[in-house]
Design a protein around this ligand. Structure first.
Ligand SMILES: NC(=O)c1ccc[n+]([C@@H]2O[C@H](COP(=O)([O-])OP(=O)(O)OC[C@H]3O[C@@H](n4cnc5c(N)ncnc54)[C@H](OP(=O)(O)O)[C@@H]3O)[C@@H](O)[C@H]2O)c1
Length: 304
């Protein structure tokens, strides 16, 4: 056994892949969950609770050598929803990890959005959480991962875009020359387990993407789609007023369904931002990680 990892966000898209990778790498996992889990999996122990519940967090980190904090609020109609989970919840978890006296490394799954805190409530909450964790980490090694847009099996956000692309239609949000980047979830999961085992863990902030230099633009995405489907792809511009209208509708519907909306006015700034290119240089240097899955390969093989 390589040690025990306390993991949050395991019931979500990315956390599930991280845990599968950790179990495959012979770690024991203690996983926080807000919902009753009936599946018994070897070396996986469920801890019921929420990031706001300090007793649950103490139980979660008890005996853990490492923490991977992957839980996060990615949807919301108001800023305090993001602050409550992403900032306060992260502080609570770090305090529990420090009090446990056992935890050597803490990996925070932040977001590339944290690079631009003024863009959205989400981006700001991730940025503030990073700052707070850096202040609190003390002598614990703190890795801050800033993945770009992540896709792969179980993802619901990018899947419709890629399905549309492979059917011959790509909606363009933002400027034609905007730079985009992507990361397959299996590469993120590998990076997380590799960081835990790295010889010299450093407190540092790392961007992660699929390694395409300078990122993609909409034209390049269209070309990849056309190559994979062996047919034309129409690039359809979504005007900003329409995007704003869709955000209003989505926010109104969320009140009726009582589900937090993904598309809000705040989110539009993120979606239309001009430069989401990222660099793996720092992480590759520190832990010798490099991504393996290209977008074209993933689209061709249906790995999304
Ligand atoms: N997906 C991306 O493209 C992307 C890119 C960069 C960074 N990230 C970051 O990666 C992390 C995971 O994202 P994801 O796409 O996997 O999101 P997701 O599918 O929505 O999963 C979020 C996870 O966080 C848990 N969670 C949320 N609030 C919680 C709370 N108050 N207490 C305990 N658990 C809580 C959820 O639990 P329930 O199942 O109970 O709701 C779920 O397990 C997030 O921190 C996100 O900011 C994602």
């Amino acid at each position: 056994m390589k040690g025990t990892v306390a993991v949050t966000g395991v019931t979500g898209f990315i956390g599930r892949h991280i845990v599968n990778e950790l179990l495959a790498q012979d770690f024991t996992v203690q996983a926080l969950t807000r919902r009753v889990q009936n599946d018994a999996v070897d070396n996986l122990w469920w801890v019921p609770g929420d990031l706001a519940d300090r007793d649950s967090l103490n139980e979660l980190v008890s005996g853990a050598d490492y923490v991977i904090h992957c839980a996060g609020q990615v949807r919301g109609h108001a800023e305090e929803i993001f602050t409550h989970c992403n900032v306060t919840g992260s502080i609570n978890l770090m305090q529990a990890a420090r009090q446990s006296g056992n935890c050597k490394r803490f990996l925070f799954i932040s977001s590339l959005a944290a690079r631009h805190p003024t863009l959205s409530w989400y981006a700001n909450s991730k940025h503030v959480a990073e700052q707070q964790l850096l202040t609190l980490a003390s002598d614990m090694a703190l890795g801050i991962f800033r993945p770009t847009a992540v896709y792969g099996p179980g993802d619901k956000e990018l899947k419709p875009l890629f399905n549309g692309l492979l059917r011959g239609m790509l909606p363009r949000l933002g400027a034609p020359e905007a730079k985009l980047s992507f990361l397959h979830v299996s590469d993120l999961a590998k990076a997380a387990s590799q960081w835990l085992l790295a010889d010299l863990p450093q407190t540092d902030t790392y961007e992660l993407c699929d390694g395409v230099s300078g990122g993609y633009n909409w034209q390049r995405l269209r070309d990849i789609g056309a190559t994979v489907r062996q047919g034309p792809v129409r690039l359809v511009r979504i005007p900003l007023p329409l995007l704003k209208l869709l955000a209003e509708i989505s926010t109104m519907c969320s009140r009726l369904t009582k589900q937090e909306p993904m598309l809000t006015r705040s989110k539009i700034n993120e979606l239309t931002h001009c430069d989401w290119s990222a660099s793996n240089q720092c992480l590759s240097q520190h832990i010798n990680w490099s991504p393996k899955v290209s977008l074209e390969h993933a689209l061709r093989e249906g790995l999304f």
